[in-house]
Design a protein around this ligand. Structure first.
Ligand code: G3H
Ligand code: 13P
Ligand code: ZN
Length: 365
């Protein structure tokens, strides 16, 4: 199946009440791991690339690897999503590269680290929605700043994320503001801040409701039932994966992620897209360390990359089953970008989602 936009997949997931993991990729083996997991579990998938991943792959490698994935796994519906776009330019260049969905993360300024004003977020996100919807591409926005409610600080990692101390108001998405944001921007999906953060160091102990506020999702979903909620920073950081790394020479301190059962509660409360990157990084790193420690003379990179790929596939299969997307690959409706553009313009997804620039940008009669 050619790539599909994200909106019809999340609409389908909402109708059937399941969640879809959005998995970050940087190389061939990670794409292979996801596609094999999708085939093994008959799952639709969202594959996402950060700005860092696009830079690492020089875009061209990523684009062609994705084409290969679609060609080799024709039975799997695949969404290709820009993760944490920092500016309209990033989102537009992703669309030109064939991404079918983009995130305009206007919660931060385009430096990717300074919390932005609400009006900036609305304006920049609206601008991207107008462009993306006019060509049928889905848009995810973000309201609230990702970060830790334990430390009251941002989650800057690898150059992305807010720096320094944040207020409770910034760290927890306001349900009233979410209503206004969705009405004014017309986004298809909304990433919310509820205490999750990127990377392995999310919580110092198993999180309780005061630092991982799933209740907030319930409140937000009640107010914006037609906009799909996204949970970022949703790796579970399983102890067994940390243990493997440490057993084979690594030094990862004790740390906790988002328990799978809390994500499942989130899905019941309206979460449709769940971002997972760190768990796969941990799984691959542990597998590589194990192969190289047990076979110090090994230098055929295929040996440790095969082990890494298999370890990531295992994590992906687990999440696909746990979030409920397993078994649904065949049922997801195939919708082209052209059809989506027509539907947005016709108002099928509501007045707010209509692209205001459609007549100027494309879709000739
Ligand atoms: O946004 C967070 C993802 O884990 C991507 O991380 O920017 O290091 O590729 P990255
Ligand atoms: P994790 O670091 O928890 O895997 O989160 C990934 C993410 O949110 C990517 O946008
Ligand atoms: Zn994220």
């Amino acid at each position: 199946m050619p790539l599909i936009p994200m909106r019809p997949l999340l609409d389908f997931a909402a109708a059937k009440n399941f969640g879809v993991c959005a998995l970050n990729v940087n190389n061939m083996e990670q794409i292979q791991a996801i596609m094999e997991a999708a085939r093994a579990t008959s799952s639709p998938v969202i594959i996402q690339a950060s700005r860092g991943a696009r830079k690492y792959t020089n875009d061209a490698f990523l684009e062609h690897l994705m084409k290969a994935a679609v060609e080799l796994y024709p039975e799997i519906p695949v969404v290709m999503h820009q993760d944490h776009g920092n500016s309209p330019e990033t989102c537009i260049s992703a669309i030109r590269r064939g991404f079918t969905s983009v995130m305009m993360d206007g919660s931060l300024e385009d430096d990717g680290k300074t919390p932005s004003s609400y009006e900036y977020n609305v304006a920049v996100t609206r601008y991207v929605v107008d462009i993306a919807h006019s060509v049928g591409v889905s848009v995810e926005g973000e309201l609230g700043v990702l970060g830790s409610l334990e430390r009251m600080s941002g989650d800057k990692e690898d150059g992305h994320g807010a720096e320094g101390k944040l207020t409770l108001k910034e760290l927890l998405t306001d349900p009233d503001q979410a209503v206004d944001f969705v009405q004014r921007t017309g986004v298809d999906a909304l990433a919310v801040a509820i205490g999750t953060s990127h990377g392995a160091y999310k919580f110092s102990k198993k999180p309780t409701g005061d630092v991982l506020v799933i209740e907030r999702i319930i409140e937000i979903h009640k107010r914006i039932p037609n906009c799909h909620i996204v949970m970022h920073g949703s790796s579970s950081v399983p102890k067994n994966l940390i243990d493997i790394i440490n057993q084979y020479g690594g030094k990862i301190p004790e740390t906790y992620g988002v328990p799978v059962e809390e994500i499942q509660r989130g899905i019941q409360a309206g979460v449709r897209k769940i971002n997972v990157d760190t768990d796969n990084r941990l799984a691959m790193t542990g597998a590589i360390r194990k192969v190289l420690t047990e076979n110090p003379a090994e230098f055929d990179l295929r040996e440790y990359m095969k082990a890494a790929r298999a370890a990531m596939q295992k994590v992906c299969e687990e999440r696909m089953r746990q979030f409920g997307q397993a078994g649904h690959a065949k049922e997801v409706p195939f919708v082209t970008l052209d059809q989506m553009a027509k539907d947005y313009i016709a108002g099928k997804f509501g007045e707010a989602a209509k692209p205001r620039s459609a007549l100027k940008i494309g879709n000739p009669k």
